[in-house]
Design a protein around this ligand. Sequence first.
Ligand SMILES: *Cc1c(COP(=O)(O)O)cnc(C)c1O
Length: 467
Amino acid sequence: MNTHEQDHGSHVHGTDLRGVGEFWGDESASVREALAWAVARMARESDPRTTARSASDLATDAGPTVVPAGIGSGEALRIFSDVLEPATRAQGHELNLAYIPAAPNRSAVAFDAVTGSANIFGGVWEAGAGGIHAENEVLAWLAGLLRWPDTAAGCFVSGGTTGNLSALVAARKRALRRRGARPAEGWTLVCTGGAHSSIISAAEVLDVAIAEVPVDSRGHMTGAALREVLERTPSAFAVVTSSGTTNTGIIDDLADVADACADHDVWMHVDGAYGGAALLAPSVRARFDGIERADSFIVDPHKWLFAPYDCCALLYRDAADARDAHSQHASYLDSIDREQPNPSDLALHLSRRVRGLPLWYGLATHGTDRYVEAIEKTLQTARDVATGIERIEHLGLLMTPELSVVMFDRPGWSEADYTRWCERLAHEGALLCVPTRWAGRTVLRVVFVNPDTSADVVLRILEETTR
Ligand SMILES: *Cc1c(COP(=O)(O)O)cnc(C)c1O
């Protein structure tokens, strides 16, 4: 590096990084370049083209980068910029409607960089009080939307999978405390076939059986069906109910489910990883009635609350059971003040970044009203696309959306036709959508989480490309 670059590199917005930690030397250039790249990336759009490449192609184009002498920050950033980042999918693009995408606002994305720069240990209050305080204000706002009492508390974990598992660990602990012993046949988790794959995973980790509740014709768990299962399953310790299934975006009959859970003294967990965000929306809030009696709840802000990966808000109506289940104890942890709201006491984690802060900053920047509008806007987009599909002769709407998942088919198409269509649009960068299965057959599904998505644009693409 020449002297000129060195001089220039010593200043990040006027800040001299020389002498901040001697061992690594002057890192001004690498810091400046990385942050400049981040700012430029946030200002850039990308198309929703399918971008994955084989590991061997990436290895050829990137070359070895983790080597004894290093390759230098400039070269590392060049490879990231030219080879690696382009081989990732644009999750936030308004025409990415595949799986459940993510459409964070730029304020939230930017604050992820800020959060990283502060390198806060967010596991215990003593180390991360200021950051945890801000996270807790967001969690309290969510608890308010759930209409939960002041005993509610929670923390942010990496994703719905960890959130669901952590809630179920607390549920089992409470069942053990209340009943005094594990049932001879082991514990049983109750859910429907519409429960997310992470619930099956959690049951395996917990080594518990699953009792499946048959759903109604539209896929909901109803109170009556749940009661039948609970009556013949005394080993049930928790019911996992959905406020927005991943495949169809439907909400179980939460009030009836809550009644059944109360009558059988079983923990009620609401998996709102995707759909929980719609608690904000007055137009659908009534569908969530009964959620105020749930014992635990999750929502992934990295899905429909405009925050970047990775972020799941996990809440307990009464955090005492969670503390009982999750607090880690050891001689080297004795000095932790357990009277404080330590996130590490509430989930399956100890070290953690303060990953709720990007959401906090987005909310603080735009205000909760704006978030309400953003959710309502995406709900309306889903409704408009559903209505539009009904009008397109060669397409069939399969159900009226309850939230922002729209399921439809193209009568006459085979499974291979669906796959070919999705792949063609992905390779052209026109729109991202993946087929799914519903009622035993292959169908199409689009998910709306981005307030910038235009129903007209989506409908035009759907109509023209499926003829
Ligand atoms: C996405 C999803 C999950 C899993 O969340 P991750 O953040 O991907 O781990 C769980 N439940 C539902 C309903 C989901 O949609």
